[in-house]
Design a protein around this ligand. Structure first.
Ligand SMILES: Cc1ncc(COP(=O)(O)O)c(C=O)c1O
Length: 395
């Protein structure tokens, strides 16, 4: 058997979420599903909205010839126009369909963007903690991930970003609402980041792109609205998807959008369309493109996530855990009570609570809980959280 060394290594590194998920499946067989509390994976437990089901049924019944054939690599024009119209309003910047490429999820969009902008040896600055796949996505296209610290409450640390910028910097990659912390960056913070990248791009004589990974954009709590990255910085690109907001993660539908103010925007769009093709995606799934064209602005009812966030946050803090209250997404990232986060996750597993070590996100000493689960899972885990809290925090 001969497997590329890099792939063999990275499958060891990035397997925490999957490993915990598999453990959960095994434990469920032994103890019964109702007795295992699995917070390992960010797979939405809510069903897609009823409207999606209705539209899908209509689309499936449509026998117009050519519905299942190849199309332009960028996607159906009407889908791109619908996404652009939504984004124009959301971002406060005028986009047309020509600024959007439909992709195979946000993961596909990130790969399309990174392949379009990276030369070998380029660096992409990423605040820690981060979604584990970023390292592989950047490496896929010859770049390297340059991790930078964040503030104690998981906000961007602009000084750290500035210190990391050098001639090798091609982009800064941010994610808001954030996996794994639930942090949402403010408009002021994005504006300040935009100012920094503008100044540094000028100093260095080449553009530093801001890539914003936003699959959780519509999953925010307490009436918050996620500020617009395109309004904050002209050289910005968005990678997003309907995986989380419409609970369509298995359908693999998303998009890459570029700020019309990017110099040579037409060349950028040509590059994104080409990378979508040559990465082997060819185009995003046809049926889903036709569905989401009619579902702009629709999302699942997130009140069950909000309920889980509130109950879990209260339980963790009452048990003594230090944890940032998430403003969006469906993850919580508490500090582990011992330095060895992997050992702590193993201990939680003994209590049949499946959580993922912060090491899997570049941040040892923490653990992640994905609360896109049934309310019984949250409620059922509370006694174990209290027990662990009593062991470590109560004198
Ligand atoms: C931060 C982040 N970015 C991107 C993705 C990939 O999303 P998609 O399923 O749309 O490819 C995920 C999935 O969990 C994620 O958490």
């Amino acid at each position: 058997m001969s497997i590329a060394k890099k792939i063999a290594e990275s499958s060891c590194r990035s397997s925490w979420i999957r490993e915990m998920f598999e453990e959960g499946a095994k434990l469920s067989q032994i103890h019964g599903c109702d007795n295992v509390f699995d917070f390992s994976i960010g797979n939405p437990n809510l069903e897609p909205p009823e409207e999606f089901q209705r539209i899908l049924e209509e689309l499936v019944a449509d026998r117009t010839p050519g519905r299942h054939g190849y199309m332009s690599n960028a996607g159906y024009p009407e889908t791109r126009v619908a996404v652009a119209a939504y984004l124009s309003e959301d971002q406060g910047v005028d986009l047309t369909g020509s600024h959007v490429v439909m992709t195979v999820g946000a993961g596909g969009a990130l790969n399309v963007i990174l392949k379009a902008v990276l030369d070998p040896g380029d660096e992409v600055i990423v605040p820690v903690p981060y979604f584990v796949e970023y390292a592989s996505y950047i490496d896929n296209h010859g770049g390297s991930l340059r991790p930078v610290g964040c503030t104690a409450d998981f906000d961007l640390d602009l000084e750290a970003i500035e210190a990391a910028i050098g001639p090798q910097t091609k982009a800064v990659l941010i994610n808001s609402p954030h996996n794994p912390t639930g942090r949402v960056y403010t408009a002021e913070m994005l504006g300040a980041l935009g100012d920094l990248l503008r100044r540094k791009s000028e100093e260095q004589g080449c553009i530093i792109y801001l890539i914003s990974d936003e699959p959780y954009r519509r999953i925010v709590y307490d009436g918050l609205k996620v500020p617009a990255v395109m309004a904050a910085y002209e050289n910005s690109l968005i990678a997003s998807s309907y995986s989380k907001e419409l609970s369509l993660s298995g359908e693999r539908i998303g998009y890459a959008a570029a700020n019309p103010a990017i110099p040579h925007i037409n060349a950028m769009m040509d590059a994104l369309i080409m990378t979508n093709r040559i990465l082997g995606f060819v185009n995003a799934p046809a049926l889903m493109q036709r569905a989401i064209a009619r579902l702009q602005g629709v999302s699942v009812d997130i009140s069950p996530y909000q309920r889980n966030r509130d109950v879990l946050y209260q339980a963790l803090t009452e048990a003594g855990f230090e944890v940032y209250k998430p403003q969006g997404a469906f993850y919580m990232f508490p500090k582990a009570p011992i330095a060895d986060d992997v050992a702590f996750c193993r201990e939680a597993q003994q209590h049949l609570v499946l959580v993922v070590p912060g090491s899997g996100f570049g941040a040892p000493g923490y653990f992640r809980m994905a609360y896109c689960v049934a309310p019984q899972v949250v409620d059922g885990a509370i006694p174990a959280l209290k027990q662990m809290g009593a062991k470590y925090f109560k004198k």
